[in-house]
Write a protein that binds this ligand. Structure first.
Ligand code: XUL
Ligand code: CO
Length: 438
């Protein structure tokens, strides 16, 4: 069988002192942490679009990536990418992949042709899945790249576009079901606006809800039991994306009574674009019982767009895994590397190194987070900080057992207020110490 990454052998765990760039330093798939194998904490996935389809193009320049399958055309290229994708995942020990319909098969000249292309490639992917045991974490549809989606998909002013997008989701969901996909993602591509001067926001939001309701109904109809996920993002490509952040999406879902049908897929770089930390978005989702899955990457804080870099920041991965452990694990969600190598990192081995550093950074984050939680290093401080709600007037507030009249009377005799220090720097020092020592 043809190899697309001939020079690269299966990546092994060599431990923290290894200087081999093609080895894991912290990610030890079988190592048991907190009663579970590392690989099962993460359920790492390869993003088909960045890894196989993306070629390094940006608004100022064309493709740069050196790949052995370059130069092939359309269906041949799609077929070669399937082989290459499964070789890459097998060599990295990545057990899941995520895909858009458009990543795996060419658009064709009609919807009929698009469906036919998808069927051919889906057969091939299914064959590779059963050969390798690699699974599908989630599928989605690309309803944003083609010019027909210039004004949005479900929120387009043109009903024919709404119908076309529905046809795409229908097919992508059927394929995801065929693959045994454990989730299906809706990222609102161009669901937003460029200017309010031409926008009926009310109708667009109602239509988005109608679309999602129909998608849920179709999932039920075909027996797709995977988790449905919405991926918030505040801007890009549109000036304002309707799925702005976790809080916005949760309130949208509640308004349209969809809160029991969808959970959230939280992406690190989308969080920072919304002016939040990654942990903030994870926590908002978790405390509302809406955390479904994660798109792992990181942005560049000096840039206002989605750079989708591989995660290398241990602090962020620590706090991410902290939230994941507090939730009790991600399953049926997982950790999808929605990340791409930089345009200048065009060699095939750059791709492997990028995944290795991403997986290692998360492995280290897991080790630190597990220790922080086990020792209640932050928890016990937080518990004490809110102690006043466990007794006296505080416990009456929490129980809903008081009112403004009583509170005012109470305050009359307790108006010399004593606060405790928030100890932020101490807590930051504690987190650092756990990072040094885990
Ligand atoms: C775009 C983004 C998408 C979704 C899937 O910013 O994150 O790749 O993850 O459509
Ligand atoms: Co994403």
């Amino acid at each position: 069988m043809k190899s697309y990454f001939n020079e690269i052998k299966k990546i092994q765990y060599e431990g923290p002192n290894s200087t081999n760039e093609l080895a894991f330093k912290y990610y030890d798939a079988e190592k048991v942490v907190d009663g579970k194998k590392m690989k099962d904490h993460f359920r790492f996935a390869m993003s088909y679009w960045h890894t196989m389809t993306g070629q390094g193009q940006d608004p100022f320049g064309s493709s740069t990536m050196e790949r052995t399958y370059n130069g092939l055309t359309e269906m041949e290229l799609s077929e070669a990418r399937v082989e290459a994708a499964f070789e890459l995942m097998s060599k990295l020990g990545i057990e899941y992949f995520c895909f858009h319909d458009l990543d795996i098969a060419p658009e064709g000249n009609s919807l009929k042709e698009k469906y036919a292309n998808l069927d051919i490639i889906a057969d091939l992917i299914e064959k590779k899945m059963s050969e390798t045991g690699i699974k599908c974490l989630w599928g989605t549809t690309n309803a944003f790249s083609h010019p027909r989606f210039m004004h949005g998909a479900a929120t387009s002013p043109n009903a024919d576009v709404f119908a076309f997008a529905a046809a795409q989701v229908k097919k992508a969901m059927e394929i995801t079901k065929r693959f045994g996909g454990e989730n299906y993602v809706f990222w609102g591509g161009r669901e937003g606006y460029e200017t309010l001067l031409n926008t009926d926001m009310s109708l667009e939001l109602d239509n988005l809800a109608r679309f999602l309701g129909m998608a849920r109904d179709y999932a039920k109809k075909i027996g797709f039991t995977g988790q449905l996920l919405i991926e918030p993002k505040p801007k890009e490509p549109t000036k304002h994306q309707y799925d702005f952040d976790a809080a916005t999406v949760i309130s949208f879902l509640r308004k349209y009574n969809l809160q029991d049908d969808f959970k959230l897929n939280i992406e690190a770089n989308h969080a920072t674009l919304a002016g939040h930390t990654f942990q903030h978005e994870l926590m908002v989702s978790r405390i509302n019982n809406m955390l479904g899955s994660i798109d792992a990457n990181q942005g560049d804080m000096l840039l206002g767009w989605d750079t989708d870099q591989f995660p290398t920041n241990i602090y962020d991965t620590t706090l991410c895994m902290y939230e994941v452990l507090k939730k009790g694990g991600l399953k049926p969600g997982g950790l999808n590397f929605d990340a791409k190598v930089r345009r200048g990192s065009f060699r095939a081995d750059d791709l492997f190194i990028a995944y290795i550093v991403g997986m290692d950074t998360f492995a280290k984050g897991l080790l630190v987070a597990e220790k922080l939680l086990k020792d209640k290093a932050l928890e016990s401080f937080i518990e004490k900080r809110y102690q006043s709600y466990k007794e006296g007037i505080g416990s009456r507030i929490v129980k809903g057992d008081t009112d403004f009249t009583e509170l005012a009377e109470y305050a009359m005799t307790h108006d010399h207020i004593i606060n405790s220090s928030g100890r932020q720097e101490l807590l930051e020092d504690i987190v650092n110490r756990y990072i040094y020592n885990s």
